[in-house]
Each structure stands twice: as C-alpha cells, then as structure tokens.
Ligand binder design. Structure first.
Ligand SMILES: [Zn+2]
Length: 317
C-alpha cells in the first residue's frame, strides 16, 4: 500500500513536470538555497552536472522571445561540471524571463534546458554631474583615441582565458574603509561646459578616499590589462575566472604588470583622481565578459554559487 502511494506520487510529479513544459507554464526556477529571485545587475550562476559536455551556452529571453543576453559557459572536465554566468541586464523591468541552457554533450547530442526566472524590481538613483571645461574635454576630446582604447579593452573582455581559474569564493572589498559616493547602475546626466549634455549608466561603484589609499585585489586573479586610458585614467583589469573580470579606474599609480597573478588582499594600485574624476575615488566595476554587473553582488554571493543547479540526465527537458 505504502509502495503504491509512493508510485502514485511519483506519477503525479512527472505529470506536473510534463504539463509544465508542454504548456509552457511559468514554473519558477527553484533555487537550492531558496533564492529564486534575482535583481537587475546581478548574476545567475548556473551549474550543470550529471554528464560530460563539450560546450555550454546560456541565453536570457523576454516574454516576446527576444534574446536579451547570450553568453558562453565553461566546462570543468576535471569535475564533470558545466558552469555559466548569466548577467541580468540593469535595464530590464521586473517580471518573468526565460533562461535557455544549450548543452553540447560529448558525442554530439545537443539539448536545451528551459527555466523561468523572476527578476525583482530595482530602482537606480539618478545623478546630474556638472563638468568643468577640462573634464568636458576628458569625456569628449580625441574620439579616435577613445574608440581605440575601448576596442583594446573590448578585446580583453571578449577573450576569456580558460586558464584564468583563480577564485571561486566571495570577494572582499577592494578598500579597507568603504565610503560609497556613487551606486552601481546610477542613471547619469553629464552637463558639459558648453551647455550640451549626455546620458550614461554608471557601470560600477564609486568609493571616496584619500589619494594613495591601497587598492586590493578582491579575490585572486590575473592582471589582464594595466595602463592609462583617457576617461578611466590609470586602469587595471583582473580576470578571476574565465570571463569574470573586475576593473579599477582613476588610480594614482599601478603596482602590477600585465600577466601577473595576484592573491586576494594583495595591493594592486593606489586610489587616485586620474581621468574623468571630480575628486579622488576608486571606481570598482565587475563584468561578465563585456556586460557590467554590480561588483558588490560577489561580496554577498560566492562566484561559484551553489544556488542554481541543474541535474542533466540526458533527457531533453
Ligand atoms: Zn564610477
């Protein structure tokens, strides 16, 4: 009798599962640790286990089936696990979105797993920044130099290195004392000295502090960019995991070189006011490939979060 009851429960369970996929009901992607919601500017860290893969890709779709983001994942052959970091754009509205995990299993089979995720509302502050003639020039002069600089940085961010596997835990803050002066995702209006203006979205967090304050690596990583840029001043980029970068702008000086591997807490530079800065501060940014995400998210959540796990048993789901 007990066995029959168990079997009935199991049949009902599979019935619910198949109904869910057949009618495309909004079955919310249940997380292991109860965090089934995510905010714009955060990251869904997916772990797929159960078989061996050649390739993993993830994509985020809105309710009209439009692709919002599509990023490659990574395979850890040693652990038989597939990982993918899906950045949730800071421009999307609260609501339900679909995640597709596209798997190329060893041997050629291709399969797509669908999950629905709920994005919570998040409001971003608005800021007006009045720029002097000198700072207006920093932001607008030499367009061809700025284009070349952004192309060089883009090449770094679009070329994740599978060997850069240095940090899976939580980040620590890059400064010992944190005084936030601007939030991630702030909607900015720059007022130029000639009366014109321009808008942008703040891609990182700003922390004020005295010039010369040591800036530390939030987690181990490799220095993949180190140099001067017109708008961001003395700049460093670290890669902690393939495609997971942190960026440091407006530094006064750099103490690292490209290719160097740094430990968590190691000094990488000094806080400054170089480039487009209205005062001494560190601009700290995190990126999943080219997309900016809230860097403080990874202080709360480990890079390889166990929250979103998918067991893939070879069935098309
Ligand atoms: Zn900033």
């Amino acid at each position: 009798m007990k066995q029959q009851k168990q079997r009935l429960t199991l049949v009902l369970f599979f019935l619910v599962l198949s109904l869910g996929s057949a009618q495309n009901l909004p079955v919310v992607f249940e997380s292991v640790e109860g965090r089934s919601e995510i905010r714009p500017g955060e990251v869904v860290v997916l772990q797929v286990f159960g078989t061996k893969y050649e390739k993993i890709e993830v994509a985020l779709y809105d309710s009209s089936n439009r692709v919002l983001t599509r990023v490659p994942g990574y395979v850890r052959e040693t652990e038989g696990l597939g990982y993918a970091f899906l950045p949730i754009p800071n421009t999307i509205n609260a609501g339900y979105y679909r995640i597709d995990v596209i798997l190329n299993v060893l041997g050629g089979q291709k399969s797509t797993i669908h999950r629905i995720i709920r994005v919570s509302p998040r409001t971003f502050p608005e800021e007006r920044i009045t720029l002097t003639r000198e700072l207006t020039n920093v932001r607008t002069a030499n367009p061809s130099l700025r284009a070349r600089e952004s192309e060089i940085l883009g090449q770094v961010l679009f070329t994740p290195n599978p060997k850069n596997w240095f940090w899976t835990d939580r980040f620590i803050s890059p400064l010992e004392n944190i005084r936030r002066t601007a939030d991630y995702g702030a909607r900015r209006l720059f007022l130029y000295d000639d009366g014109t203006s321009a808008t942008s979205i703040h891609g990182g967090r700003d922390y004020g502090g005295p010039i010369g304050t040591p800036v530390m690596a939030p987690g181990a990583g490799r220095v993949v960019f180190s140099g001067y840029r017109q708008v961001t001043g003395w700049t460093i980029v670290l890669e902690h995991l393939p495609g997971i970068f942190t960026l440091y702008y407006h530094l006064d000086s750099l103490v690292t070189t490209i290719g160097q591997v740094v430990a968590q807490g190691e000094k990488i530079g000094e806080l400054g006011s170089t480039g487009l800065a209205t005062g001494p501060h560190l601009h700290w940014e995190a990126r999943v490939l080219i997309d900016t995400v809230d860097p403080e998210f990874f202080i709360q959540v480990p890079l390889l979060d166990n929250t979103y796990r998918i067991f893939y048993n070879g069935e098309i789901q």
